[in-house]
Write a protein that binds this ligand. Structure first.
Ligand SMILES: Nc1ncnc2c1ncn2[C@@H]1O[C@H](COP(=O)(O)OP(=O)(O)OP(=O)(O)O)[C@@H](O)[C@H]1O
Ligand SMILES: [Mg+2]
Length: 331
């Protein structure tokens, strides 16, 4: 039986296929003609159109803050992604692991279930992101050896201390890279009098965003002058956007502090030794590890491919029935 794992993220969808590895990584978006409802582009091609389309084309992101908010477009998008990797028919015979946020509500779980049902997927498992992040980072978790993971994505941050026996303390917050992108747009407008688009803002964060003190890389961004209305470019540096980046990491760490306070003493002692393990696309931010280390007063580790940790872990879990049995959620 074909086995795959799907990570339907707020900003990008990743799919893993047993025997092949990661077979798809594309933006979670669809370009639609608002009048005729005709789908014009999906994934990479749709994201390239963000902010550049005429009035009647809208770019729909079916996932918001980690949850499916547009059932029809989620079905259209996943149908296209599955077809792209050669899974067009016979989906009832495919075993699928679906990555879901920590502590997902029953309503959000039903939304995923309904989308999969419309896609013809019947053999479905749900596993919460923190387990998958830990597996994808090769952390030596067992019943007696807990791990502390934080996955900072585009729309959600999953925080958990877990062992193979279960999640000891954890939560998913509606905070991620997208909040930073929106804040950077306002910040650049206020400080440079320049209106920039969301793709530009994301690129700015991903190229010069930094939490390292004294880091002052810069890049040129183009936008529309707010006063004259004409196109203009400006050089923006790491320190220029450090506030809108840092403020969300500080919010996450504030919440982390509350979670740590709830831990049994033996668990605290154990994770104090092993430290915190960071994944998710935002963990690629320069200086994040050092910043977290300083704020939490424990070692912080960022794995090699933080954005892929969850889907790699999901690939491992779907390939290992004994592990999957231990960590999957009950419906
Ligand atoms: N070098 C980088 N520096 C900072 N942020 C980055 C970098 N590269 C990617 N990102 C950000 O990481 C986020 C995407 O990460 P990821 O793929 O883990 O999220 P997701 O799984 O789609 O979302 P979620 O898990 O919240 O539903 C985006 O906000 C993206 O801009
Ligand atoms: Mg994610």
């Amino acid at each position: 039986m074909l086995k795959i794992a799907i990570d339907l993220g707020t900003s990008s969808t990743k799919i893993y296929e047993i025997g092949s590895g990661i077979v798809l990584h594309e933006p979670s978006c669809v370009a639609v003609n608002a009048e005729t409802k005709q789908v014009k582009a999906i994934g990479n091609e749709a994201k390239a159109l963000v902010g550049k389309t005429a009035e009647f084309t809208s770019i729909v992101f079916p996932v918001f803050e980690g949850e499916i908010v547009n059932h029809a477009m989620a079905v259209v998008m996943l149908d296209a992604f599955l077809s792209k990797i050669g899974i067009k028919s016979g989906r009832g015979r495919v075993e699928v692991l679906f990555c879901v946020p920590c502590g997902i509500s029953d309503k959000a779980k039903s939304s995923v279930y309904n989308v999969c049902d419309d896609l013809g997927i019947s053999h479905l498992h749900f596993v919460e992101v923190p387990y998958l992040s830990a597996l994808g980072q090769d952390l030596p978790i067992s019943d007696s050896n807990p791990a502390f993971v934080i996955d900072v994505g585009a729309g959600t941050t999953n925080i958990a201390v877990l062992s193979l026996d279960g999640i000891i303390a954890g939560a998913s917050l509606n905070i991620g890279g997208s909040n930073m992108d929106v804040h950077i747009i306002d910040h650049v407008a206020e400080h440079f009098g320049l209106k920039i688009g969301s793709l530009t803002s994301e690129r700015l964060k991903n190229t010069v965003g930094s939490l390292a003190e004294g880091d002052n890389q810069s890049t040129v961004v183009n936008g529309r002058d707010i006063t004259t209305g004409r196109p203009r470019s400006v050089a923006v540096s790491s320190s220029d956007i450090s506030y809108p980046v840092r403020v969300y990491i500080d919010k996450v760490l504030e919440y982390v502090g509350m979670i740590l306070k709830k831990l049994p003493a033996e668990v605290s002692a154990s994770i104090c030794k092993s430290g915190v393990h960071l994944s998710g696309g935002v963990s690629k931010l320069v200086g994040l590890g050092e910043y977290v280390e300083q704020k939490l007063d424990m070692e912080a580790h960022v794995c090699d491919e933080p954005q892929m940790a969850v889907i790699l872990g999901a690939g491992r879990a779907i390939g290992n029935p004994a592990t999957l049995k231990k960590i999957k959620m009950e419906f």
